[in-house]
Design a protein around this ligand. Structure first.
Ligand code: PLP
Length: 382
């Protein structure tokens, strides 16, 4: 199991113990939540405590950032009020006029923002089929870009992208690589160790794991000028994560490895059982040997193939909507990565321009008993 070089403990142990921090005043095993928005200056006008105001920084948020940096083998991490704000902070930190390459399959709201709003801050965005490395190379040769953005496994089709090869191609062309690794979580993939420059998570999902906090994080390969610019965006736009949410995510991260392992096991078992079902025409899950990216996923992801899968109903869009309407154990809701299993007719959400087929249901596998999850689906398929 992967060890943290600073402590020689596994990343799992460090996460479970939230880095072993205790409250220095009371020796409580759970440090307090720091909620102050302002801090006393010293008589010589300095801030010897290291904090001045609540918008740039917060002690509870720093605790979370230390854990995320450890999990991603990064020198530094930053936490934001949502996954979207973490992602947009990266784009907003780029110089106006920058060219950015993004994948065709990715989280729909960010794809929409890139397609419609990124131009308002002077970015030029091209969507590229990142699964074809020659297409990516040709696009970068045609015109350089400052940033390549990818998401893997990609929501909601669960294609897997080759982080190491894409990092090499991006770097050869002078671009940075940022990876949205939300659906892999730091348990299954560590993009920075594969050559990515920045990794992003919607911490609303697996890191928190209990569907009760919105949060986003970035972790970096280098605390370079871009990282400083991202910190300035977070500070000036007021994107810092709130202290209570930071506490909730820290609490969630304590069980991250257990939860991700259980979700992966449920997803794998369900993918196997559903594969033969007559109501289902396709099962999209990189853990299945029949999945086009299975070999890459097996190489790049360790310990499982993720807790997310999608299915396409043989009866088409109406059959998909009806099946989602009939479930009882699965909850009909958006989002993913929580302990409870969620089901969603994705095309209804994604709207125009989505690569999502209309007959697709997205399943976020929680940690419930897999037999209950399967029987509920089987009943719902009718
Ligand atoms: N990235 C991925 C892959 C997601 O699934 C989501 C949300 O569903 C986001 C980013 C955005 O995160 P948030 O909802 O925390 O802003």
């Amino acid at each position: 199991m992967e060890q943290d070089p600073k402590t020689s403990q596994t990343r799992e142990t460090l996460a479970v113990q939230a880095m072993g921090r205790v409250d220095p005043q009371t020796r409580a095993v759970v440090p307090p939540i720091h909620i102050a928005s302002t801090f006393i200056r010293d008589q010589d006008n300095a801030y010897s405590g290291g904090y001045s105001y609540g918008r740039p920084d917060n002690a509870t948020v720093r605790e979370l950032e230390e854990i995320v940096a450890m999990l991603e083998a990064a020198p530094a991490a930053m936490a934001f009020g949502s996954g979207m704000s973490a992602a947009i902070a990266v784009f907003a930190a780029l110089p106006a006029g920058s060219r950015v390459l993004a994948p065709q399959v990715m989280y729909w709201a960010l794809r929409k923002w890139l397609a419609t709003d990124a131009a308002k801050i002077g970015l030029r965005v091209t969507f590229v089929d990142m699964s074809d490395l020659t297409v990516l190379e040709a696009e970068l040769a045609r015109e350089p870009a400052v940033l390549v953005w990818i998401e893997t496994p990609s929501n909601p089709l669960w294609t897997v992208l080759d982080i190491q090869s894409i990092a090499e191609i991006a770097h050869r062309a002078g671009a940075r690589l940022c990876v949205d690794s939300t659906c892999a979580s730091p348990v299954l993939t560590q993009p920075l160790l594969l050559g990515a420059d920045i990794v992003m998570h919607s911490a609303t999902k697996y890191l928190n794991g209990h569907s009760d906090a919105l949060a986003g994080v970035l972790a970096t390969q280098s605390t370079d000028a871009l990282w400083g610019d991202i910190a300035r965006v977070r500070y000036t736009y007021g994107m810092l994560l709130g202290p209570f949410e930071a506490f909730l995510v820290i609490r969630g991260v304590r069980t991250l490895h257990l939860r991700v392992r259980a979700s992966c096991a449920n997803a794998m078992e369900l993918a196997r059982r559903i594969s033969g079902h007559k109501a289902v025409s396709h099962v999209l899950y990189p853990g299945l040997p029949t999945h086009a990216d299975h070999a890459l996923a097996a190489r790049q992801m360790s310990g499982g193939f993720g807790g997310m899968l999608s299915i396409r109903l043989a009866g088409g869009v109406q059959a998909a909507i009806s099946a989602a309407a009939r479930v009882q154990v699965w909850k009909r809701a958006t989002s993913l990565g929580g302990v409870e299993s969620l089901i969603e007719h994705r095309a209804s959400i994604e709207g125009e321009g989505t690569p999502c087929p209309p007959d697709l249901l997205r399943l976020s596998c929680g940690v419930e008993c897999v037999d209950d999850l399967f029987l509920d689906l089987d009943r719902a398929f009718g």
